[in-house]
Structures are given as C-alpha cells and as structure tokens.
Design a protein around this ligand. Structure first.
Ligand code: KIV
Ligand code: ZN
Length: 389
C-alpha cells in the first residue's frame, strides 16, 4: 500500500444502516451502494449477513452488482457468521471479511464472560476460517478505546499471525479524545512486533462529538484506514463522517501529506441520497454538507466573498459538487451584495438608486427576515412609480 494514501472504508450500509429506525429495502441499499462506489471509497462494508435473511440477500446482491470497491461484510468471531459472510460475498470481484471480538475488560467481563486469552483464541480461529474464503481479512478489537494498550498488543500480534491484513481499532463508545486516541495508535505501532504486516484502521463513534477529530489524530499517528459513514450516520450519536475526513485531508493536504481516492464532487449528491433514503435530515449547520455550509449572511462576509471567495471560504462549493454558494439577503447584508444581486437580476447601475433601494431593503428585511429577488423587484418598481409621480 502507498503509505501516503488513507484507505476510506465506508460503513454506511452496515454501522449506519443498523442505527436507522426502519431498515432500508434491498433496492434502496443497492441505490446507495452504487452511489458510494461512485464516490470512490476503497472498501464498502454493506451488511452483517448472518443477522437476517434479508441482510444476507442484500449483501449478496451488492456483491454481484457493485463494481469498483472491495465489498466487505461483518461477522462476529463465530463459525456461523464467517460462513454466512463468506457465502454472501462470494460473487464479489474483490471481497473482505471483517470479523471482531470485544477486548475491553468491561465487555470481556459483562458481555462475553471470557478472559482475554479465550477471546483471542476465538479471534484466531475466526480469522483462519475467514482466510479460507478470502485473503483480505480485517480484525477489530471491539471497544479498543477502553482496552489497555498491552492487551490490544497481545490480541493484535496473534491476529496478524493468524492472517489478518487490516487491524481495526474501534472507539466503539466514542470515549477517547484525540491525543489519547493517537497515543493508542502509537502504542500499538511500538508494542506489536509484526504490525508492519497489516494496515492500521480506526473506527470512531461520535458520542462526545470527537469521531472526526479522533480519526484525524489517528492518521497523524500512523493509521492508514478510516472507517466512516456518509453524513456520519450510525449508532447513537453516529460514526465518523466520511465527507468531513475526506475534505479535511483534501483541504489541508499540505499539513497531513496524505491523500484519499474520494471524488469529492460526488459528496453533495451522495449526502442528499443517503439523507433522503435513510430519512435522516442533515443538520443545517453540519460541516461540508449542511444547508448553511456555503451560505453567507453577514454584510462583512458577503462583501469579502464578492471581493475574493477565499476570504470566507476555505473550500469551494463546487469541490463537493454543490452548484454555488449562497448569499442570504437579510438585515445583516450590506450594499455590495444588493448591488451584486441587482446586476445578477439584469439591472444596470443606472436603473436604480442604490442608497434608496438599500434603505427600503433594510426596512423590509427587519420585518421579513429573508429578502428575495422578487422583493427587490418590488422595491425598484415602487421607486420608479415614486419618481414618475
Ligand atoms: O463500533 C464498533 O466497535 C463496531 C465494530 C463491529 C467494528 O462497529
Ligand atoms: Zn461501530
């Protein structure tokens, strides 16, 4: 693998879908899978085949029909899960089995009632079985964020010896903060002797709003795969948002020195599709894809944007496939944006008196909130009538 490339592993149709109030139909999953493939992700995790016949069928159909990315399915470290996953993925050109077991003291004691050694034995067995279906096997230490690094090192070394080619470090409950999570990744790199045989992946949940920050900190510490979902949908507060990590690495490339294969111009369209089909509205001020992400309201900002776009925009809307930014006409707007809008509407400077128009605009904006083009037309018309009388 090119060390400067970060693998984007999309789990919208697995971790994202499992958090929806109502499951997606197979047709909807296929529609999303095609859009995500077009977005340029390297790997897409599309389901948990053992969980239901419907999920098995959807994973199989995606494996048959969607070309480009590696198609991945999830399996607990259990024989029946690995078999179901291997069978569902069989038609894929490129396939990955992702198997996992919990490693944190809390999960081992209360959920699994197993020792770390017992859980590791199960993982090793599962990885070896998965290898009979594909060379590409990913192993996750569930709740790694709350697992001591020495315990992670023990499990990971054995998982790599068993054949895992990607080692995923999930912050399953979104508990860590960026410096701490980066230390976990650095600790793994230091303490696992065979770590160079695998790619380190991260999978961060957003319970404290840190999923993106933790994923980026992990990349800085040496991780080279990020697991994420479109619009950050997922369990509880969601997963790391794909569009945010992709645009961070694109916009700040000089800082991180890494690239992804994401075609950023597909981001906006994919975000809208996922939001609509999953019935999960995108928060208005969400980074990158929110309705306000490229909207400017204050007069000072609008004036700056009209002089040079990069005064108040660090990315262009076209970079994410949005047609243009938006300059809202409100009582915070200044004369410059009104003149700009009048020109866009086909008026020349001689057709109106800017100061008069602006005074009338402000009175209306204070009453109405947002002023539209047809309001400006009415203001000009009234002015012309007054001049004639
Ligand atoms: O959050 C998590 O730990 C997971 C694993 C199955 C990778 O989703
Ligand atoms: Zn998860």
């Amino acid at each position: 693998m090119n060390q400067d490339n970060v693998v984007i592993f999309d789990t919208t149709l697995r971790d994202g879908e499992q958090a929806l109030r109502a499951s997606l139909s197979k047709r909807e999953k296929l529609q999303i899978a095609h859009a995500i493939a077009k977005l340029g992700v390297d790997v897409m995790e599309v389901g948990f085949p053992v969980s239901s016949p419907g999920d098995f069928d959807a994973v199989k159909s995606i494996a048959e029909q969607v070309k480009g990315p590696i198609i991945c399915g999830l399996a607990r470290a259990m024989e029946k899960d690995i078999i179901a996953c291997g069978e569902a993925l069989a038609p894929a050109e490129k396939r990955r089995i992702h198997t996992f077991i919990a490693t944190s003291p809390i999960h081992l004691e209360h959920k699994l009632q197993k020792t770390l050694e017992q859980a590791t034995d199960m993982a090793v067995k599962a990885i070896k079985l998965a290898k009979t279906y594909t060379d590409d096997v990913e192993f996750s230490c569930e709740d790694a964020g709350r697992t001591p690094v020495a315990d992670l090192a023990y499990v990971i070394e054995r998982a790599i010896d068993a054949g895992a080619t990607t080692i995923n470090i999930p912050d399953t409950v979104g508990y860590t903060e960026p410096t701490e999570f980066a230390e976990i990744i650095a600790g793994i790199k230091q303490q696992v002797p065979n770590i160079d045989k695998a790619i380190i992946s991260v999978h961060c949940h957003n319970d404290l709003g840190l999923a993106v920050a933790n994923s980026i900190a992990a990349v800085q510490a040496g991780a080279r795969q990020i697991e994420c979902t479109v619009n950050g949908i997922g369990e509880r507060a969601g997963n790391c948002a794909l569009e945010e990590v992709a645009m961070i690495m694109q916009t700040r490339k000089e800082r991180f020195g890494v690239t992804t294969n994401i075609k950023s111009e597909e981001i906006f369209r994919t975000s809208k599709l996922v939001s609509q089909l999953c019935n999960m509205p995108v928060q208005q001020n969400k980074a990158i894809v929110g309705a306000n992400a490229f909207a400017h309201s204050s007069g000072i900002h609008q004036d700056g944007i009209l002089k040079a776009q990069n005064t108040y925009e660090i990315m262009k809307p076209e970079h994410i496939g949005m047609q243009s930014n938006e300059l809202n006409l409100t009582s915070r707007s200044g004369r410059h944006v009104i003149q700009h809008r009048m020109t866009e509407m086909g008026y020349s400077d001689k057709d109106y008196n800017l100061n008069d128009i602006y005074d009338a605009f402000l009175l209306l904006a204070d009453k109405k909130g947002q002023v539209h083009d047809y309001d400006l037309e009415a203001i000009v018309f009234n002015q012309q009538l007054e001049e004639e009388s």
